[in-house]
Design a protein around this ligand. Sequence first.
Ligand SMILES: C[S@@+](CC[C@H](N)C(=O)[O-])C[C@H]1O[C@@H](n2cnc3c(N)ncnc32)[C@H](O)[C@@H]1O
Length: 362
Amino acid sequence: MQYFKIGPSRCTDEPRVAAPPTPAQAQFQIDEWLNTGRLFFPKDAIQAIHDQVSGPIARRDEILVKSLDDATMAFEVRTGSTKESGQQRETIGKPSIRYIPYESLRSGRELSSRRPHLVYCPMIIQHAATTCNLMTGDPLQNIPLRPIHDMHHVFNTALHLWEESDTWIQIKATLLSTQATTTVRKIVAFACGTMSHTDDIPGASYNSIFQHAFLVTMQRLLQQKTSGQIACSVQDPAYTDGDRAVLHTHGIRVLDDPEGFLDVNDESLVFSCSPNVPVKQIVVDVARPAVVIWDRVGNENSSGTDPDSPRVRYMMNRFYDALEFPHEEHFGDMVIYVRRELDDIGNGVSTEAINETQIPNA
Ligand SMILES: C[S@@+](CC[C@H](N)C(=O)[O-])C[C@H]1O[C@@H](n2cnc3c(N)ncnc32)[C@H](O)[C@@H]1O
């Protein structure tokens, strides 16, 4: 089974290393940046990391990442290193980005860790790691996967059920009552999960199957309304070969992290359900999509892996109308947010100061 590890890193700027802020100073500074419109996940910063991570890199190279105060952090590449203990061998795989939401950043957690220099770093480098049995080479804790031909069958059955369902019929009617179906040019979805787990893990893959079925029907609806091609891309590091095969058959493109975030623009429909990554905070920093369908944004500070930062609440309140997403067991408490003045494309990301206001309710 894959997990993630953070390796050695250093700040290349001497003054910062010499004088890290106190937790109170760090919290004040992070709030100040947020309130004055500083982006925590700007597209060019994500692109700069992606260019390095996807380029030719070798063990002991360094990946350079700018932090919010413009200092440069250097993360050592550890790909290929191994560690043996008892009957196990751990192997370090490819580097990827760990996104730190605003709430975790302002908690000053890094100041009390071994990495105080990362206090202002919303994106840090982690490595995938796997463990195998030293003698046999077999991966440990391998989860049984559904065979690919079964996956095609199960997915097609679910797609048929979904197309006929009251939930989809209501969602379709809601969207057809707005300009959304003629404005959206592409769908980008995050964290829809793997459809490969067998029924031995009850319910594990059915959320994923129905969420992908939703994407297929949404793509068809938009294509009918615009009489054009609507690209549909998905990003989730959990995808298996079986997922990729099923998605390919239905015209859905799988993107590696962070290509989905880089793909989102003002003409996108973004979908995400219970992600393990702060999708909302990243998306509001990279674009102002025409439609977002994601977990309900509340009026209070939230926790979890995809929390509603003050900027997320502000963006939803200032630019979006909230429409009902019917309750459905495979989706959770979702809302359809449709950007107001949908013909007003191209304003891009808002870097304006944040004034707290109430969130629109579906
Ligand atoms: C709690 S599961 C939710 C799965 C599914 N949407 C559901 O409702 O059951 C969180 C998902 O977030 C995915 N995830 C983690 N990091 C991600 C990233 N960087 N980009 C997209 N998805 C990510 C995980 O692989 C996992 O499938």
